[in-house]
Design a protein around this ligand. Structure first.
Ligand code: SF4
Ligand code: SF4
Ligand code: SF4
Length: 309
């Protein structure tokens, strides 16, 4: 008896097992999710997507919560041809399943006045190194350039938040109080006509630095707060603080250790946050610290309640 003909759905899933192709409610149609590192595209890439969508009769594109674009209601027979066109446009098909998926980022120092790190540069480096890597579970990475957390980075398996420690300059504080209005955490007080800072309340956002008209407060160390095991969804969970790196390159090296550990140690039957018990997390943190020492990577230890949560 000749083998039974496979349905379109099964064929497509085999062909694109590792890609961002998701069957719709109607099994003859697919959502095609694109790779958009840091959620950035050039105007040419954007118009290219429009041209491709028109050519394949797509009525709508969707902008996702994780900064990618999806083409909706794509016919099975168009998938291969569309994949080629998207690749030529510099916006190839993305990732969706048990792999490192789209790396998201806020706009960072080049565009946002609150930013304390170049989140776009970091997100692009992370994308180049890790995007699409096959993993036992889906791994989402997000970067925010300050504790405002516009990418909700701490609700991702790996989150990175830019921090800056404020430091009082030697000089004469006039006690004008401007910085106290800018500090949303009420971590600055005027005592005897000069400021005092309460480290335990400080979020290391650096907003007070911009506020002082006399440059009495300065940036000290930059920090890249790396969190592990966050998630959105049915049971949201904030990632735990793993490490605070001092530089962009050190951050990439720490993320590499995390990816390697997930690859080697995590089972495929549950999402990472469900598997990350307190004991597992502490054990892993110890292992990471040990492995970073020979690389000369040191953490930044701020005296801040926020960073240590
Ligand atoms: S997280 Fe901070 S730096 Fe990034 S866009 Fe939001 S406010 Fe700006
Ligand atoms: S860096 Fe700390 S003290 Fe300065 S504004 Fe932010 S929370 Fe307040
Ligand atoms: S640190 Fe600057 S802004 Fe704050 S009270 Fe002193 S002079 Fe005013």
């Amino acid at each position: 008896m000749p083998p039974r003909k496979k349905s379109n759905r099964i064929k497509a899933e085999e062909n694109y097992l590792k890609g961002g192709i998701v069957p719709e409610t109607d099994p003859d149609y697919y959502i095609v999710r694109l790779r958009a590192p840091a959620g950035m595209m050039t105007p040419d890439q954007l118009s290219g997507i429009g041209r491709i969508a028109r050519r394949f009769g797509i009525e709508n594109v969707h902008f996702t919560a994780r900064q990618t674009v999806e083409l909706l209601h794509v016919k099975h027979d168009d998938l291969d041809s569309m994949a080629r066109s998207l690749k030529n446009n510099g916006t190839p098909i993305g990732a969706e399943r048990a792999e490192v998926v789209n790396v998201t980022s806020c706009l960072g120092t080049k565009h946002c006045k609150y930013a304390v790190i170049d989140s776009l540069s970091l997100a692009k480096k992370l994308d180049e190194k890790f995007f699409g890597k096959e993993m036992p579970v889906k791994v989402r990475i997000a970067v925010s350039a300050c504790p405002n957390g516009c990418t909700s980075e701490r609700l991702n398996e790996i989150g990175i938040t830019g921090l800056r420690k404020p430091e009082r300059n030697m000089g004469l504080c006039t006690g004008c109080g401007t910085c106290t209005f800018y500090c949303r955490e009420k971590a600055i007080n005027i005592v005897n006509g000069v400021i005092t800072m309460e480290n335990q309340k400080c979020m290391l956002c650096g907003f007070c630095v911009h506020a002082c008209p006399y440059n009495y407060i300065n940036f000290h160390d930059a920090g890249y707060l790396i969190t592990l095991g966050g998630r959105r969804g049915r049971h949201p969970q904030i990632g735990r603080t793993l490490f605070i790196a001092k530089t962009e390159d050190d951050t990439v090296a720490v993320v590499e250790k995390i990816i390697y550990w997930i690859y080697r140690s995590i089972a495929s039957d549950k999402m990472l946050p469900e598997q990350l018990t307190d004991e597992e997390f502490e054990y892993f943190r110890g292992q990471v610290m040990k492995s970073l020492k020979p690389l000369g990577i040191e953490g930044f230890i701020p005296s801040s309640a926020y960073a240590l949560k």
